[in-house]
Design a protein around this ligand. Structure first.
Ligand code: AHM
Ligand code: MG
Length: 346
């Protein structure tokens, strides 16, 4: 009889859905009045819709470039635009969000007045990061960062978005991989949820994620090595040297999809670098909707994030689409990298 029951119930139901988790987290934000829960719940809805489309990407006529160029001067693929629209539509009537900013939109999107009840939050997101990987079936992701507006009332200003990462009240990402996961923090540790596609629900699968203090993996685009400055070159050479005591050489792993490279290192330990180089002194990645949310998550998991000299989350942003050199991962590895950067490679 017991055997029959086991055969029927294949889903491992442990009960902690993402929605319930968010509700419980909201208790840490007195005065949030359910608005915050509604907001994050809408992000998870967007994640499910984007996930469904990403899974269909090989089947429908959604692949290929639109021929347009986004604000970073990159070609936009159709799925990026789709994901951007899904996020915007999921968030533009929650009542709690006053304005949105996205990698795919040049300016901030101010939500029309009739849809703003409290309107105390602004959300920044990269709707589909690593999009050059879409048509080769490699993991991609969405990243989001939630800030409380600076001003209580009045029109939303760009200034509401230009807050340092330490002001984030929630950050997370969704990885569309061999399974779909949502990982988020509200400043109370990091939890990971896996989408059970059979019921369309995210379940807590990785409670209280801790990144190992030191890893054995480094992730960097080595194709850029001719443009690296001396400090980056020396640090990467150091990681490849033989030294059993300090666990070197490290293994190189680079997917070229920030969410996927970050997620692997978060679980296994290691370091990811997108440094500034001779051609692009500020690197490639964007401070507000790529680096800040990942930094909040990694710090909450016990790791660190730096531009080589400054803690990422303390950088005062000046522009919406600002780029920043990004070094993120296990705390001892990031500390080693910073030592190389501060010595200028000597
Ligand atoms: P995107 O936002 O246009 O997708 O670019 C960001 C991506 C990251 O996911 C990844 O870490 C990086 O670009 C890879 O860049 P590169 O191909 O220069 O190594
Ligand atoms: Mg991106």
């Amino acid at each position: 009889m017991q055997q029959e029951a086991a055969a029927v119930g294949t889903t491992n139901f442990k009960g902690m859905t993402l929605e319930r988790h968010i509700r419980e987290e909201e208790r840490n934000h007195p005065g949030a009045r359910g608005l915050f829960t509604r907001l994050v719940t809408q992000i998870t809805l967007a994640a499910k819709i984007i996930n469904a489309e990403v899974n269909k990407a090989g089947l429908v006529d959604i692949l290929g470039l639109t021929g347009e160029v986004n604000v970073q001067g990159e070609e936009v693929q159709k799925l990026d635009e789709y994901a951007n629209d899904v996020m915007r539509k999921a968030l533009d009537h929650t009542g709690s969000v006053a304005a949105l900013a996205s990698e795919e939109m040049e300016d901030v999107y101010v939500i029309p007045g009739e849809y703003i009840e409290g309107g105390e939050y602004v959300v920044l997101y990269d709707p589909l990061d690593g999009s050059s990987n879409i048509d080769v079936n490699v993991s991609i992701g969405s990243i989001f960062s939630i800030l409380r507006r600076k001003g209580e009332s009045g029109p939303t200003e760009l200034d509401d978005f230009l807050q340092p990462g330490v002001s984030q009240i929630c950050a997370g990402y969704v990885i569309y991989g061999s399974s779909t996961m949502l990982v988020y923090t509200t400043g109370n540790g990091v939890d990971g949820f896996t989408l059970d596609p059979s019921v369309g629900e995210f379940f807590l699968s990785h409670p209280d994620i801790q990144i190992p203090e030191r890893g054995k993996i480094y992730s960097i685009n080595e194709g850029n090595s001719s443009k690296w400055d001396e400090s980056t070159s020396r640090y990467i050479t150091y990681l490849k040297e033989e030294d059993a005591e300090s666990g070197r050489p490290y293994s190189g792993r680079y997917i070229g999809s920030l969410v996927a490279d970050f997620h692997r290192n978060l679980l296994k330990g290691g370091i990811f670098l997108y440094p500034g180089d001779k051609k692009n002194p500020s690197g490639k990645l964007r401070l507000l909707y790529e680096c800040n949310p990942m930094s909040f998550i990694v710090e909450q998991a016990g790791g660190a994030a730096s531009d080589g000299h400054r803690r990422i989350m303390e950088i005062q942003p000046e522009k919406l689409h600002q780029r920043v050199p990004f070094i993120v991962g296990s705390k001892h590895d990031v500390a080693d990298a910073i030592r190389f950067m501060s010595r200028g490679g000597n």
